[in-house]
Design a protein around this ligand. Structure first.
Ligand code: GAR
Length: 314
């Protein structure tokens, strides 16, 4: 898998960064579906930052003394400028504010050193030993506003040994964490890129437009305005072309040519539709969903009846 088609992941750390290192080195294996585009920390002295820097990964250290809202605004800004699509928390010891979680909904993952839902929060190993658990372990989960509570993406069990201390258990669980995290993250980013997941995102964008209805035409899912004209097709390997894309209307051949000229990697002249000025927009690699949404909306406005078009302006 070449850079450019890989999912862009930023890692947030607060300290040592061994899970960040596990993600980074896994990302260098052939066929890993993600790349690490940024390592950021709330602590300027986090040891993991030095490692990332030595590995030529861009880093961001939040300045000391920021209030919580300022810190997360700064992190959000750094994440966005890195072009990150996903955020992986790796020993990031801050509780995320709800607006930050909402802004990255479904795209933040965390590793936690327990078999969730057991032992949310801190001192997980001590609590597992006190409870005389025979099995400990670690979990990777999607982050939701509630602490350590989101959907679990994967877990690895680790046996508790007689005489284990919190530190000895933590050391073995950490080895398991390093196996689990890269795999769980790879699975998540791949899941996001299946044709079904891509169609679902297109569907959400198209159906948000007034009067939009979903239909099927020539074996393709498509979207039309109130039983009338189509404004967006979702194409997946149509006639064996291997392309996953949307096909949307443009104002005509001039705009079509201009778009292809501007960004020949994203846009193409689709078979059959091309001659009538439609444009293909690839949904491959790191998709700019805002741009896809704008393209769908502008196609919609080219064919929406005036009454509906006015609805959207208000
Ligand atoms: C890891 O064990 C991770 O699971 C834990 O902190 C450690 C960080 O180590 N995270 C939490 O407890 C989050 N609630 P690392 O910096 O070497 O990856």
């Amino acid at each position: 898998m070449s850079t450019g088609t890989k999912a862009r992941v930023a890692v947030l750390i607060s300290g040592r960064g061994s899970n960040m290192a596990a993600l980074l080195y896994a990302s260098r294996l052939t066929d890993c579906p993600y790349e690490i585009v940024l390592v950021a920390s709330d602590k300027g002295h986090a040891a993991g930052l030095k490692l990332a820097e030595a590995e030529a990964v861009p880093i961001f250290a939040a300045p000391a003394g920021l209030k919580k809202a300022e810190l997360f605004a700064a992190l959000d800004q750094a994440l966005r400028s890195s072009g990150a699509e996903f955020v992986a928390l790796a020993g990031f010891m801050r509780i995320l504010p709800p607006d930050f979680v909402a802004a990255w909904e479904g795209r933040i993952v965390n590793i936690h050193p327990s078999l969730l839902p057991r032992y949310k929060g801190l001192d997980t190993h001590k609590r597992a030993l006190e409870a005389k658990d025979l099995i400990a372990g670690c979990s990777v989960h999607v982050v939701t506003p509630e602490l350590d509570d989101g959907p679990i993406l994967g877990q690895v069990e680790v046996a508790v040994l007689p005489g284990d201390t919190p530190d000895s258990l933590a050391a073995r669980v950490l080895i398991a964490e390093h196996q689990l995290y890269p795999r769980a993250l790879a699975d998540l980013v791949m899941r996001d890129r299946t044709p079904e997941a891509l169609l679902q995102r297109v569907r959400e964008l198209a159906m948000a437009l007034p009067g939009a209805e979903e239909a099927v035409s020539h074996g393709m899912s498509c979207f039309r305005v109130q039983g009338g004209k189509m404004f967006c097709y979702f194409t997946e390997d149509h006639h064996g072309d291997g392309i996953i894309a949307i096909i949307a209307k443009t104002s005509g051949p001039d705009e079509q040519a201009q778009l292809i000229d501007q960004d020949p990697d994203a846009y193409y002249r689709p078979a059959y539709f091309g001659p009538s000025g439609w444009i293909g927009m690839r949904l491959e690699g790191a998709v700019d969903w805002e741009r896809v949404g704008d393209r769908i909306a502008s196609s919609w406005s080219l064919i929406a009846p005036r009454k509906l078009a006015m609805l959207r302006e208000f």
